[in-house]
Design a protein around this ligand. Structure first.
Ligand code: F6P
Length: 357
């Protein structure tokens, strides 16, 4: 009788909603369709290094018949987003073989899947990647796990903050995640009704922000405003070039608040809300669950077909496999300043920084 195939799963990098839903989809499909044994590797490369694995079974976490994995945020496998273990590359690579794995599916962001791909090549692993990140900056895929939920979390916060801002005639600055890529701020800003969206890819002028706020007030009678700023957004100098300054310790939201208070032509009341890790937590949205099911199922099928160094991706309405190396080479995928969503924001009368050639 053939030896039962042993499939490993790990989650790597910053967590996000939907990781457990991917794990569930992989376990269910691998068990039901292929009758494989599935092992969860705790804390990504740390687990490989320490030769740790836990059996994952269909309905393994059922509570009175309810499978919590579908709706649970975070990851039951734990994750790491530091490269501490990488000093011991050979031992990590060998961990795959020591655990008797025949294949590994890694759910990670661009940094994690690049590291795992490198290890997979070195160790001759059969490896498939599933893209996840609230930053939405992985190339060759129109969807990643976690982004949709994070966008909805930010929109929910904006809705709440809009009411309190309007009650007190305040400028509310909402700082969201995104050190290099502004997809989260851009999507949530348009969908949540921001007046100003500031992203790392397009530098902004404090003077122009203040002019925009004055116009909202003087022309449209708006006494409050919502500014959505990504943590990696930066102001420009007088020549319109991004200012080469380190990220202020107080955070970009507070920095901007201080600058608005300094530059505004009329008295303003400004408050800052830093949404921080609330954006990474929470119950996955319907879209993230659906994508998790489709990605998990396809990742298992790719393993069954003997494929390796592929990433599952969403393109033109369905799941496809793309060469992992190509996805890594083109990531992080930044917001295009000429792109449709930036033009949409401008068309909606949102200030989104300056475009100077
Ligand atoms: O990469 C995703 C991300 O959410 C970034 O947007 C953010 O800057 C970072 O993770 C924060 O990570 P942590 O606090 O977990 O190190």
């Amino acid at each position: 009788m053939d030896k039962q195939k042993r499939l490993g799963i790990l989650t790597s990098g910053g967590d996000c909603p939907g990781l457990n839903a991917v794990i569930r989809a992989i376990v269910n499909h691998a068990t039901l369709t292929y009758h494989w044994q599935v092992l969860g590797i705790p804390y990504a490369t740390q687990g490989l290094l320490e030769r740790k694995a836990m059996p994952l079974e269909m309905h393994g976490m059922d509570l009175r018949g309810i499978d919590p994995l579908l709706s649970m945020g975070g990851t039951i496998l734990g994750s790491i987003n530091k490269g501490d273990t990488l000093a011991k590359v050979d031992e990590i690579v060998e961990g795959y073989h020591a655990l008797g794995l025949d294949a590994l599916i890694g759910i990670g962001g661009d940094g994690s899947i690049a590291i795992l791909n490198h290890l997979a090549i070195q160790g001759n692993w059969q490896f498939i990647a599933v893209p996840k990140t609230i930053d939405n900056d992985i190339a060759l895929t129109e969807r990643v796990i976690g982004f949709d939920t994070a966008v909805n979390t930010v929109i929910d916060a904006m809705t709440r903050l809009t009411f309190t801002a309007s009650s007190h005639d305040r400028i509310m600055i909402v700082e969201v995640m995104g050190r290099e890529a502004g997809h989260l701020a851009l999507h949530a800003g348009i969908a949540g009704g921001a007046d100003v969206i500031l992203i790392p890819e397009i530098s902004y002028s404090v003077v122009e922000v203040c002019q925009h706020l004055a116009e909202l007030r003087d022309r449209w009678g708006r006494k409050f405003a919502i500014i959505l700023i990504a943590e990696g957004a930066h102001p420009s100098n007088d020549a319109g070039e991004p200012m080469a300054q380190p990220r202020p310790a107080c955070g970009m939201g507070q920095y901007l608040a201080d600058e608005i208070l300094r530059c505004s032509a009329y008295p303003v009341d400004v408050r800052v809300s830093v949404l921080g890790h609330t954006q990474r937590g929470g119950i996955p949205s319907a879209l993230d669950r659906l994508t998790a099911a489709a990605f998990g199922k396809t990742a298992v099928d790719l393993v069954a077909q003997g494929q390796s160094q592929q990433m599952v991706a969403w393109q033109c309405g369905g799941v496809v496999a793309v060469p992992l190396q190509e996805a890594i080479a083109q990531s992080p995928l930044l917001v295009s300043p000429q792109g449709q969503l930036v033009q949409t924001a401008r068309g909606m009368g949102i200030y989104i920084g300056q475009m100077r050639d």
